[in-house]
Design a protein around this ligand. Structure first.
Ligand code: ADP
Ligand code: MG
Length: 183
C-alpha cells in the first residue's frame, strides 16, 4: 500500500517588512494618544524619540499617550520650563523639551548620556540638538494637515521616520498593529 506523502507547508510565516517611514492620520487628541500608546509596547530602555512639529501640533499630547502605554499614572505636562521631567512606569520615561535652549552647549547640563541609558527618552524639538544625539532614534513629526473647507482643528498627521534597523522593525510592527486595531 502506498502512503500519500504528508504535505508540509514550507512557506515561512509572513514577517512584516522593515519600514523606514510611516504616516498616520489622527482626528483627535485621543487618537494621537492611542497611537503613542501602541508604540509604547514596542519601546525599550535606551530608546530615543525625537518629537518635532510646531507649537500645538501635539508633541506633549503624544508623550502623554506614550506614558499611558508605559503604565505611568502621573499626569504628564509640558516640560518647557523645567526642561526635563522623569516619570517611573514599566520603564523610566525622560520627557524633555529643548525649545528654550539657546545653544547645543547648554545640553551639557541635561546629562543626556545618563538619561539615555536609564530609560526611554522623548525630546520635544529634539531636532535642534541632533548634533549631540545618537544616530539611532525614531523621529515623530506631528503636523497640521493642509487646510481645506472640511478640515477640523483636531486633525493632525503623525509621521514616523526610523533611523536605524531596530526602528525600521518597530515601525513595521506598529503599522501592522494600527492597521488591525480600531481607531
Ligand atoms: P505641543 O507639545 O506640540 O506644543 P500639545 O500636545 O501641548 O502640543 O498641544 C496640542 C493641542 O492640540 C492640545 O490642546 C490638544 O488637545 C490639541 N489637539 C487637537 N487635536 C489633536 C490631535 N489630533 N492630536 C494631538 N493634539 C490635538
Ligand atoms: Mg509640548
Amino acid at each position: 500500500m502506498t502512503k500519500t506523502p504528508v504535505r508540509t507547508d514550507d512557506t515561512p510565516p509572513e514577517r512584516p517588512q522593515p519600514l523606514g517611514r510611516l504616516e498616520v492620520a489622527s482626528d483627535s487628541p485621543r487618537r494621537t494618544r492611542a497611537v503613542a500608546a501602541a508604540l509604547a509596547d514596542l519601546v525599550d530602555i535606551g530608546d530615543l524619540l525625537i518629537l518635532s512639529g510646531d507649537l500645538g501640533a501635539g508633541k506633549t499630547c503624544f508623550t502623554q499617550g506614550l506614558g499611558r502605554g508605559l503604565g505611568i499614572d502621573q499626569r504628564i505636562t509640558s516640560p518647557t520650563f523645567t526642561l526635563a521631567n522623569r516619570y517611573p512606569g514599566r520603564l523610566l520615561l525622560h520627557h524633555l523639551d529643548v525649545y528654550r535652549l539657546d545653544s547645543v552647549a547648554e545640553t551639557l547640563d541635561l546629562d543626556l548620556p545618563d538619561l539615555l541609558e536609564s530609560g526611554v527618552t522623548v525630546i520635544e524639538w529634539g531636532e535642534r540638538i541632533a548634533a549631540v544625539l545618537p544616530p539611532d532614534h525614531l523621529v515623530v513629526a506631528l503636523r497640521f494637515p493642509d487646510l481645506d473647507v472640511e478640515s477640523s482643528d483636531d486633525r493632525r498627521i503623525i509621521e514616523f521616520v526610523a533611523n536605524g534597523s531596530r526602528w525600521r522593525q518597530c515601525l513595521s510592527v506598529l503599522a501592522a498593529r494600527l492597521a488591525g486595531a480600531p481607531s
